[in-house]
Ligand binder design. Structure first.
Ligand code: G6P
Length: 486
């Protein structure tokens, strides 16, 4: 991150890294939201101490800002500044629940949930993007800050910032997949969205495949010049580099003071009342229909049916962090998962044995880490996922080089983590067999796979993700400075 010395860095995302929540007893707690975006961007921000602009969404957020709506975070160490933007109920409804989460989210994830496009949501989405563009302009000290725009909530923001700060270096990262041009083509405002994104200096996706889909989508929708060799798009005399930057995690170096694997296992087994010979598989996700939780339950059920020796011995624990529950699609999905869990438990449960545990509540990082260290298997079966950082966090948690990762081929992470057991989550039989294989895998094979996975994630950590993007940005800034002299 040394490229940034002297430059002002502004991050914009919808979700904020710290929420102040007032509990029923009046006490205020600080919560870290369940968000892959926040997991990845926060360590980068701490390293380069800039300003993070985000929607202030905690119930006590307003009580903890100064007159400019700013607060120094992380609480206690104050390494960078968080500026909270307040949205009205109507703004949140149209921009966040509506266009972002009922429109763009299902549009970009091929999970067979139909996107909803309402004119009123779109208008609100534009309006809120303008509001964030104003916040960026207000935070900018000079005319050429480095602005890191995050995710599908802000497709229009790059061009809006460009209007206000023509010399800004705008790096946009799209944290979710980009679908093929046919799929994206159903969006009534596809041209406006593409034009908005092309305000970026650099546009990043997790994989080369998503970049190709984006470039093809532009090719079909806009009069733009595409240079495939350099992966650039020129539109209205402005060039955008479209590049893949696989996102990652802050690799835990040195002694983190974690309890031993045995201790973690003892605590988790005690808490859940598991027998000492239980094989424990875990899933940790937001409670979202893209994560393949239903498919995963079907695979567990099939495992117990096909390999009855596991009945009484194999337990699957699903942590499902509540998310977007204002949306009917999410509420219906969550109910369905509860009822399938009950069905499996009725079918295979015995006194003292419940094959599936659904923990539908927020777990903090320490609790998740403890669960990862206690487990024999981690199951990630997303139907479609930009990257999926849960898979990388599981690998990071296993400094004993044991444990098996079962990973969906439709998660971006599958491109890097090839030593996992890769599955097609739509194929119940294949996934059930992978669970069986994971549960019976010899320690030596686990070690071989896990050691290799750990090397990959350690090397390609989140600082490399940010570093590569910023190095590319540095080259653009230099080139522009030289061109300005001519
Ligand atoms: C995904 C998105 C993020 C989002 C996160 C949590 O990872 O890419 O932008 O923050 O989900 O969703 P939420 O709607 O709670 O912010």
């Amino acid at each position: 991150l040394t490229q940034l010395r002297g430059d002002q860095v502004i991050v914009v995302s919808n979700r904020e890294p710290y929420l102040h929540e007032r509990l029923d007893d009046g006490q205020v707690i600080v919560r870290r939201p369940a968000s892959g975006l926040v997991t990845a961007v926060e360590p980068v921000m701490r390293a380069c101490s800039g300003t993070w602009i985000a929607h202030g969404s905690g119930s006590a957020d307003r009580d903890f800002v100064d007159a400019h709506d700013r607060i120094a975070v992380p609480p206690g160490t104050n390494e960078y500044s968080l500026r909270r933007v307040w949205l009205t109920k109507e703004e949140e409804e149209g921009y966040y629940n509506g266009f972002a989460n009922e429109g763009l989210w299902p549009l970009c994830h091929v999970a067979h949930v139909r996107p909803v496009f309402r004119e009123s949501d779109w208008e609100m989405y534009k309006h809120v993007n303008e509001r964030f563009a104003d916040a960026v302009a207000a935070e900018a000290r000079g005319d050429d800050p480095v602005v890191l725009v995050q995710d599908y909530h802000f497709a229009l923001l790059p061009a809006m910032i460009r209007e206000r700060l023509p010399r800004a270096t705008i790096l946009t990262f799209w944290h979710i997949p980009w679908p093929n041009p046919e799929s994206f083509g159903i969006c009534p405002w596809r041209r406006e969205i593409l034009q908005g994104m092309l305000g970026s200096t650099i546009l990043g996706f997790h994989t080369r495949f998503h970049c190709k889909n984006f470039i093809e989508t532009v090719d079909r929708s806009l009069e733009a010049r595409i240079e495939h060799e350099h992966s650039t798009i020129s539109f209205h005399d402005k060039e955008t580099l479209v590049e893949s930057y696989p996102i990652s995690i802050d690799w835990p170096e040195g002694d983190r003071g974690w309890p031993s694997i045995e201790e973690c296992r003892r605590r988790v087994f005690d808490r859940l009342g598991l027998g000492p010979f239980t094989i424990l598989a875990v899933g940790v996700d937001r409670f979202d229909y893209t994560k393949g939780i239903l498919e995963r339950l079907h695979a567990v059920e099939r495992l117990l049916e096909k390999y009855p020796d596991w009945v009484g011995k194999f337990v699957f624990v699903q942590v499902a962090a509540p998310t977007r529950s204002a949306l009917e699609e999410y509420r219906a999905f969550q109910q369905r998962i509860h009822s399938v869990t009950d069905r499996i438990n009725t079918r295979y449960g015995q006194p003292g044995y419940q094959p599936v545990r659904l923990l539908a509540e927020h777990h903090d990082h320490e609790a998740v880490n403890e669960l990862f260290r206690a487990a024999h298997i981690c199951v990630v079966t997303s139907l479609h996922d930009g990257m999926n950082l849960v898979s990388k966090e599981f690998v990071a948690a296993r400094d004993d080089e044991q444990g098996v990762l079962v990973l969906s081929r439709f998660a971006g992470a599958a491109r890097e983590l090839s030593e996992a057991l890769i599955v097609n989550p739509y194929h119940v039989e294949e996934t059930a067999d992978a669970l069986h294989r994971a549960a019976t895998m010899p320690a030596a094979e686990q070690r071989e796979r896990m050691a290799s996975l750990r090397m990959t994630v350690r090397e390609n950590n989140v600082f490399r993700w940010a570093g590569r993007m910023l190095a590319d940005a540095g080259r653009y800034r230099l080139r522009e400075r030289i061109a300005a002299r001519v």
